[in-house]
Write a protein that binds this ligand. Sequence first.
Ligand SMILES: O=C(O)C(=O)C[C@H](O)[C@H](O)CO
Ligand SMILES: [Mg+2]
Length: 403
Amino acid sequence: MKISDAYVIVTSPGRNFVTLKIVTESGTYGIGDATLNGREMAVVAYLEEHVIPALIGRDASRIEDIWHYLYRGAYWRRGPVTMAAVSAVDLALWDIKAKAACMPLYQLLGGRSRERVMTYAHCTGRDIEGCLAEVEKHVKLGYRAVRVQAGVPGIPTIYGVAKNAGERYEPADAELPAEHVWSTEKYLNHVPKLFAAVRERFGDELHVLHDVHHRLTPIEAARLGKAVEPYHLFWLEDCVPAENQESFRLIRQHTTTPLAVGEVFNSIHDYRELLENQWIDYIRTPLSHGGGITHVRRIADLAGLYHVRTGFHGPTDLSPVCLGAAIHFDTWVPNFGIQEHMPHTSETDAVFPHDYRFEDGHFLVGEAPGHGVDIDEALAKQYPYKRASLPVNRLEDGTLWHW
Ligand SMILES: O=C(O)C(=O)C[C@H](O)[C@H](O)CO
Ligand SMILES: [Mg+2]
């Protein structure tokens, strides 16, 4: 199982994706997602200059040892660029191991814990009515859970809300960062009205989620959590920037609204105080940013001790490789909660053939050996990289703000 070749494929079928392919002497290969939205080429350089040369000739079956070689061995631990690169290697190696064992990945992880994987869709609207129309559309498509985000009167553009009705939003929507304007007061006054309308129209059973996208302070997040308690959200996501884990003590003291965190985390250490103090309810780190299966399953196990469940990040800026691997993980992990789903474009799906499927609000895992996602390299070449950036956020007085 010696690694004989490894290379990076950058493609942009509608948006940028970075994929690592690792090939063994026997010809068995695996692929991993190395996409870090808006910072793609930094991961490409890390892989090409520092990782790939050190992988050639290693035994692909030694996943654990290679993980520690790349993590401890680098001396410069953690961080999104390093961990995206380590994750891509890890996902490709698990793909190879499962293919070599002729097993779908979930079998290698320990087998099925559930028949299907509940997923949530994004519903956005310029106003409350537009948003309700999107919820209705997604309920008809079979979703049992929806993430609800609406425009706020007085705020011209909000990240996470599609520009036009019926469209989806694109996270990196300009060559250089677009500038958004933010008003916490306008937002806090509006959100409870949105959830009151959703519950009135759709009743109590639909799971509803909301992403604050790090834009509040702890006491503001506490106010929001309390204000939406009557509408019993499935979760309130990223309500504050989470570098200071202690912030969650304050939020938790004030509200019973469940809290989800971690789409920008990349290590178990980012979660330690949050989990040990039982300040959160869902972990969000995707396999492609949290050190792959080898590390994220350690985070999930630690979370399980505290009744915390998984709710992996699944936007369009993680490739189908990450989503496919996540569906295997979700099928196995004992403390599964939910899986995010922002459908990829048909161009992206064609570049990444896969065997997972969506049915009746759930993902169904495939039975092909490995994680079940491949890359059509000839097609990928037809979509060259284009620089694309996430936006920035400023308060109405011009102060640069979290987003
Ligand atoms: O999907 C979510 O919950 C997001 O917050 C999407 C992120 O903003 C996006 O992945 C950033 O690249
Ligand atoms: Mg989010």
